[in-house]
Unconditional design. Structure first.
Length: 522
């Protein structure tokens, strides 16, 4: 795909030069385009594509040519990508009769070119601008010139193949495409009924709302139909297995208990779930076309990290991300080095907001956790004995010190720190608080990303240059040590609330409310 885009720019330069030389024509063509201003046609771009006022790209003798049929079929695929064909005047294009008059023929030809350019760009890099709809998304989109691409596409023998090469090729995107069509079918069939307020239900219980719950689940789980009658009010084993599957699919606590959270997820409408899939298809289109042969993907929404090598998942682990008040942004960076037994230079805001209150509550706290205090005077850093400080005179606004925690079992960064240069100073790191990985919602950090299996991640990131025993020896030495990666590794932190996992689509809660913002624009 990247090679196709590069080639298009080279080939099209001569075509664009020819267009720019036709100044007299361009001016005249704009007058023609003015007749069709009601259709929001991009006059400037079209004037660079049509080289003669009587040119037709999609018509031969006012009849649709083969390329026109291919272009229309391409636009008709919009629903498969969570896009609305009406945004691309698809119905109008089908209704127009180019044979009726020259005016209608011109409108058809210009309109098809205009909407095809829009659809090409929307598929290639996304319809919405991340800077507007998701300001916390800071992963640069690929540069893309839709006009240059189309001009080159029209010059090749197989327009269909060339256009379809634009579709994102990731397995995640393809699975979400399948999901969007399935949930569109649910919406078209009327969705599902709201389940009335229900008490806590456990396997073995009997309740009048269980048939309604069963009817809700059977829409997404056909295996439930064959197991038992949909009318039974008994919470039996087959229903339990379907509830467990539902809870896993919707990122709930997988316990088989039908409580408020599970019922709330069941009552989210099919239309809202469809919208959620469309939002995340759009996010996937924002990602670079080439993520690299080896890379790490952190999904902030479902709290997981995957390590990819040659399109194969080598690692899959849980992570802890930023709190809702200190959310981790979506960003891309390269891991450059790994620090064994890191020091933790505590950010000033964090020192004052989080650690100072603990020290004020217990004046041995800093000593207990090997946190050193430093004063800065005349450009010189001096360590300060915590016992020499009058803690009753210290508060959030009166704390002139910096803090650093020594390496060790209590270090907040754990035993490994994975360095990613970025403007937020966010890194991947180990943690001594292993029990937090057992939580269903794992947004506890101050922005950095804590990883469940740091040793496995270190081994993958280093590309096997050290064996596991060497890595273990580095750690057990308790000495601070840095290893530079021979090949820096791309790390993508993304916020995607619908994500494939093996053969399932997993829905995650919109904990950062970024879906909510995008829905207003989509």
């Amino acid at each position: 795909m990247a090679n196709i885009r590069t080639a298009s720019f080279v080939i099209v330069l001569s075509l664009l030069c020819m267009c720019f030389s036709l100044q007299a024509y361009a001016s005249h063509r704009l007058v023609k385009l003015h007749e069709f201003s009601d259709y929001n046609i991009d006059k400037a771009t079209l004037s660079s594509i049509y080289r003669d006022e009587d040119d037709y790209i999609w018509l031969d003798q006012h009849q649709l040519n083969d390329q026109a049929q291919i272009a229309l079929e391409f636009i008709a695929s919009a629903p498969e990508h969570g896009l609305n064909p009406d945004h691309y005047h698809y119905k109008l294009l089908q209704q127009l009769e180019p044979t009726a008059s020259s005016t209608e023929a011109q409108l058809f030809d210009l309109l098809l070119t205009d909407v095809l350019l829009k659809f090409i760009r929307d598929i290639a890099v996304g319809r919405l601008d991340p800077a507007i709809v998701d300001p916390k998304w800071s992963i640069p989109r690929d540069s893309f010139d839709a006009a240059a691409f189309l001009l080159h596409a029209l010059s090749v023998d197989n327009l269909k193949e060339y256009l379809e090469a634009l579709y994102p090729k990731s397995d995640q995107y393809r699975m979400l495409q399948t999901a969007v069509m399935r949930y569109q079918a649910y919406v078209d069939q009327g969705g599902w009924e709201i389940i009335p307020e229900t008490p806590l239900l456990r396997p073995g219980d009997v309740h009048q709302n269980i048939p309604a719950i069963r009817q809700r689940l059977v829409i997404e789980d056909n295996s439930l139909i064959a197991e038992t009658s949909n009318s039974t009010s008994h919470y039996d084993e087959s229903l339990k297995q379907s509830v467990l599957k539902f809870q896993r699919r919707y990122s709930l606590k997988v316990d088989g208990i039908i409580g408020p959270d599970t019922l709330r997820a069941m009552n989210i409408s099919a239309a809202d779930r469809l919208q959620q899939i469309k939002i995340n298809l759009e996010r996937l289109r924002w990602l670079p076309d080439d993520l690299g042969k080896r890379y790490i993907m952190v999904n902030l929404a479902n709290y997981r990290l995957t390590a990819i090598d040659e399109d194969k998942i080598k690692l899959d682990m849980r992570v802890i991300v930023g709190k809702t008040k200190r959310p981790t942004p979506s960003f891309a960076s390269k891991m450059t080095h790994i620090v064994f037994n890191p020091y933790w230079n505590v950010p000033r805001k964090l020192a004052r907001l989080d650690l100072l209150p603990k020290q004020l509550n217990d004046t041995d706290y800093f000593k207990q956790y090997n946190i050193r205090i430093y004063d800065h005077k005349n450009g010189k850093r001096t360590e300060v004995d915590p016992d020499s400080i009058d803690w009753s005179s210290v508060n959030y606004t009166q704390f002139p010190y910096t803090l650093r925690q020594d390496p060790g079992n209590n270090n907040a960064l754990g035993r490994l720190k994975f360095m990613l240069p970025n403007q937020w100073a966010i890194n991947l790191h180990d943690t001594p608080s292993k029990s937090l990985f057992n939580s269903n919602k794992r947004n506890f950090s101050s922005g950095c990303i804590r990883v469940e299996e740091p040793l496995a991640l270190a081994n993958f990131s280093l590309g096997g240059i050290y064996n596991q025993q060497t890595i273990a020896d580095f750690i057990s030495s308790n000495k601070n040590h840095t290893t530079i990666l021979k090949d820096p590794l791309y790390v993508y932190a993304v916020y995607v609330t619908v994500w494939p996992n093996e053969n399932e689509i997993i829905f995650s809660p919109d904990s950062y409310k970024r879906d909510q913002r995008m829905a207003e624009y989509l």
